[in-house]
Structures are given as structure tokens and as C-alpha cells.
Design a binder for this molecule. Sequence first.
Ligand code: HEM
Length: 234
Amino acid sequence: MTCPEKEPYGDDIYTEPDADPDTLSNLGPLAPLAGVWEGPGGKDEHPVAGGIERDDFVERYELQPIDPQTNGPQLLYGLRYHTHIVKPGEIETFHDQVGYWLWEPATQTVILTLGIPRGQVLMAGGTAAPDATEFDVDAAVGSEVYGILSNPFLDQMFRTLSFRMTVTVHRDSTWSYEEEAMLAIPDRDEPFSHIDRNTLTRVGAPTPNPLAQPTAGDEGAGIGNRRSKGGTLP
Ligand code: HEM
């Protein structure tokens, strides 16, 4: 009998499924996010000594499809992203963030990996229908799946207890997010809600993933095929 935890993967944890090389056609609820986006109307709330500071920000968010990824029987399609944020009219980086948005069709799961140059990484997850126009991911400190890791200073002084992000895709092809990190700060009684919101408008189309580009030739579908021919994955 198959353990519930093994669903839908089965007992063979090594054999890889065939994947469709065209990632852009397999992104489920992430599909509308592919491309290059700008959002001049961002709103940030962050902690400062003795209180809260609110800032407007300008964002450029790029999300590009990657080749399908497998962990044995687990198949993920995804977007590699980079978002760069400045205050209006400024050059200096206000916030920078990189990672992947991943979609697992078999479990209808969305995964966000997030790294920021404060010395902090997290992975958040959630479930969504393939055609969902709104979905959430979340993470909690101390969890070994969908967790948060901070450098020692941040862990002591600005400990991120939890993170959640809601993405909403609008009818006019724009999309919005709201992300909230709950920070435990020693001089405060209650966790601080560090919250950021923005709406993004498309300024550029996505570049097809390497396997979906014409130069991928007629090697046929599937990363399994490439591997068996001794190819390396981009
Ligand atoms: C649009 C997105 C974001 C913007 C604009 C932003 C901006 C800021 C700003 C201005 C500060 C104040 C400290 C400073 O000036 O250096 C801050 C603090 C902090 N942010 Fe963010 N942030 C964003 C997203 C995030 C995310 C996603 C995380 C991770 C979950 C995060 C974690 C932190 C932490 C731990 C601090 C406390 C460190 C400190 O205050 O020095 N931020 N953020």
C-alpha cells in the first residue's frame, strides 16, 4: 500500500516523468505572471526606531520561464524572478529580491523561494487551482518545510516569525501582490507587520525557456530525452 505522504508520487522515487518542454504552457496560476513588469505605485511599511515608517516605491519585476525541473517523480514548472525596488526618483536600491515561483501540477501547489540581501531566505507554499486568479503562499520560522532562515543578527533583532504573500491577477492583465512579514523586535510587545503592496503592469514579454526555443532543435520532448543523450541542462 502506498503511504499517503507518497501520493501522488508512488513508490519509485527515482524515475522521472516526461515533461513538456514548453514551460509557458504549464504554469497553472503562475502563467499570467511571466514577463517583465513595472509598478510605480508600491507601498511599504517597515520598522524604524520607536515606530513605523511608510514609503512609496517603484518596482521592476522580471519573471522568466525555466526548463521543467524534476525531483524523481516530482515535476515542477517555474519562473525565475528578480525584483528591484527604488524610492521614486532615486537610484539607490530600496529592496532587492530573487528566487523562483514554482508550480507543481500534480498537487496544485505553488512554491515561492525568496532571497534578499539582508542575509535572509525563505520558502513559502500554498495550493491553488490551475486557473486561480488569486492565491496565497506562506511560511513560518522553525518549519522544516516552507520555512524562514535569517542571519544571526536578524534572527535576534528582527526575527521574521512568519511570511505570507497574496497574488491577485486582474482582468486587465495587471497583477497585484500583498506580502507581510511578521517581525519580532526586542523593544516591542507585539510582532511588527512589515507589509508591502504593489500592482504591476507588463512592459515586456517573457523569453521562452531554453528547451522551448527553436535552437533546442528536434530533440523532442522531455528533459529525460536530453539526459539520456548526455546533454546538460541549462
Ligand atoms: C517590497 C518589498 C520590501 C521592501 C520595499 C522592504 C523595505 C524594507 C525597509 C525600508 C526596511 C527598513 C530597514 C532599512 O531601512 O534597512 C526593511 C526592513 C526589513 N525587512 Fe523589508 N522590505 C521588503 C520586503 C521584505 C521581505 C519579503 C522580507 C522577508 C521576509 C523582508 C524582511 C525585512 C526585515 C527582516 C527587516 C528588518 C531589518 C531592519 O529593519 O534593519 N522585507 N524592509
